[in-house]
Write a protein that binds this ligand. Structure first.
Ligand code: GTP
Ligand code: MG
Length: 195
């Protein structure tokens, strides 16, 4: 995919109203620190346009990145970040829920899972919630570079079993370091954006 322009067009906090975009949207969900913002940077061909951090809880708003004036990447706040007060967590949950529920332009939700770990209860809940909202999630197994090649198949199986998904659900192993998997994700996005 050729990235001609990227623009952080809208940032939504807990009290903001969501934008009424008229171009397709692609959302990235997953627990804190799983690599959502890093993936979005890779998909924008930018090193650090979206802010990333080794400390979980970096993205605390819903960020809409306008790409080529053609579609949006939507960076969602991560869940499962222990240090956030329960009240704030509940508000983020509502915010994400509201977004998934009410966005007519949302084409596809990517759910990111760290390839090294078994999906958590939160991951499973998020998966079920995305399905409940009428979307077929695409799973991105992140941080692929952290595994030896011989460990990958087993790790993907663990992700599949943990989420309870069958072969009809796409799982794409991805690394923000090597960019492995990026073309496959771009292809999916192009298909949706042009259909
Ligand atoms: P929140 O905004 O807190 O929800 O986190 P996030 O999901 O946006 O994660 P972020 O992209 O900020 O990445 C978290 C940390 O993981 C950073 O230190 C990244 O450099 C690192 N990271 C992300 N993706 C990869 C990857 O594919 N490989 C490796 N080795 N590190 C990664
Ligand atoms: Mg982030």
């Amino acid at each position: 995919m050729i990235i001609k322009s990227v623009d952080l067009e809208t940032v939504c906090g807990i009290t903001s109203t969501l934008p009424e975009n008229t171009k397709p949207e692609f959302a990235f969900a997953g627990k804190s620190n799983v690599g959502k913002s890093s993936l979005i940077n890779a998909l924008m061909n930018r090193k650090s346009f979206a802010r990333t951090s080794s400390q979980p809880g970096k993205t605390q708003t819903i960020n809409f990145y306008n790409i080529n004036d053609a579609f949006y990447y939507v960076d969602l706040p991560g869940y499962g970040y222990a240090k956030v007060a329960l009240e704030v967590k509940a508000k983020w949950g509502k915010m994400i829920e509201n977004y998934l529920h009410k966005s007519p332009m949302l084409q596809c939700v990517f759910l990111l899972i760290d390839i090294r770990h078994e999906p958590s209860v939160n991951d499973k809940t998020m998966y079920d919630w995305i399905v409940y909202q009428g979307y077929q999630p695409v799973i991105i197994a992140t941080k692929l570079d952290k595994l030896k090649r011989s460990q990958v198949q087993k790790a993907i199986k663990t992700v599949r079993t943990g989420l309870g998904i069958g072969s009809d659900v796409t799982v794409i192993p991805f690394s923000a370091e090597t960019k492995q998997g990026r073309d496959e994700i771009w292809e999916l996005i192009s298909d949706y954006a042009n259909s």
